[in-house]
Design a protein around this ligand. Structure first.
Ligand code: C2E
Ligand code: MG
Ligand code: MG
Ligand code: MG
Length: 283
């Protein structure tokens, strides 16, 4: 194809593109190997009830520690994993690991928390999704009421399939939330069709509450809309006391963000939870 474009075609295929393609290939090979070599880890970030201040859930967030490249952000490799289909085995691994760890914490005597797991749209379209989830719950012994799946608006492509899949997940007793709410380009009408429990206000709105009055208005509107639809609402990316106060005054139910904790390892989370519960007991 390059040949047909004539004299200036070399401009089409630049060294930059060469570099990009080979970087992508390296990353893809790295992902495959990473899964075999156990380079992936799950970190956890607390979700807090705004009124009581209690931790009520955790979000599982994947981390990739490559032996040479160091830590690679999911923002960089999840899109590629989606593109290549590697998100299927990676996603199954995260789901299993998060459910297993949640059950372990319960067995160790920690009060049960809901574990939120991100499900990419390709994973959601996977025909054996329900089997994978029920098998995982069975094998790990986690009660379905303690599992929450974070879905994005992009799953709405096939709404018939999405609705029936979500209904079956609800029947199993699993919680469903819409992640990054407000950043997709979908119509709002899906909110009345989809059996969801929670809206997660995207970080881009939360972090701009005091930067742009329009973002503040959007946050307020999303909270009211969620409540009018009988949904819970959680704000992502809460970093300051002022933001938390804003959300509290507008009756936002939950918050998640660096103000409470960054995503942390299993061991760090055990320590965090111990400290958190001893504070509650002594309060
Ligand atoms: P997300 O699901 O919306 O997760 C929230 C992201 O915001 C996380 O980034 C988290 O570390 C970050 N975050 C939380 N609080 C704050 C804050 O106060 N300030 C700032 N600046 N950032 C905050 P992370 O862990 O890098 O993940 C990025 C995205 O990658 C996730 O966005 C999610 O879409 C995807 N992802 C992560 N783990 C998984 C996974 O296991 N499966 C799938 N399918 N996607 C995942
Ligand atoms: Mg999420
Ligand atoms: Mg999110
Ligand atoms: Mg987000």
């Amino acid at each position: 194809r390059v040949k047909e474009q004539g004299k200036n075609s070399f401009q089409f295929y630049t060294p930059d593109m060469n570099e990009m393609v080979s970087k992508k290939m390296k990353l893809e090979i790295g992902l495959r190997k990473g899964l075999e070599r156990g380079e992936f880890h799950v970190f956890y970030q607390p979700q807090v009830d705004i009124i009581s201040g209690n931790v009520i859930g955790l979000e599982a967030l994947i981390r990739w520690q490559h032996p040479e490249w160091g830590v690679i952000s999911p923002a960089e490799f999840i899109p590629l994993a989606e593109e290549t289909g590697l998100i299927i085995p990676i996603g199954e691994w995260v789901l299993y690991e998060a459910c297993r760890q949640s059950k372990t914490w319960q067995n160790e005597g920690y009060p049960p928390l809901r574990m939120a797991v991100n499900i990419s749209s390709r994973q959601f379209q996977q025909s054996n999704l329900l089997e994978v989830i029920s098998k995982t719950l069975k094998e790990t012994g986690l009660d379905p009421q303690y599992l929450e799946l974070e879905l994005t608006e992009s799953i709405i492509q096939d709404s018939k399939y999405a609705i029936s899949t979500m209904q079956q997940l609800k029947t199993m007793g699993i919680h469903l939330s819409i992640d990054d709410f407000g950043t997709g380009y979908s119509s709002l009408s899906y909110l009345k069709l989809f059996p969801i429990d929670t809206l997660k206000i995207d970080r881009s709105f939360t972090s701009n509450i005091f930067v742009d009055s329009k973002d503040a208005a959007l946050v307020h509107t999303i909270i009211n809309m969620a409540h009018n639809l009988d949904l819970k609402v959680i704000a992502e990316g809460v970093e300051s006391q002022e933001q938390l106060h804003f959300l509290e005054q507008r009756q936002c139910n939950q918050a998640q963000g660096y103000l409470f904790s960054r995503p942390i390892s299993t061991d760090e989370m055990s320590v965090f939870l111990k400290e958190h519960y001893s504070r509650i007991v002594n309060a």
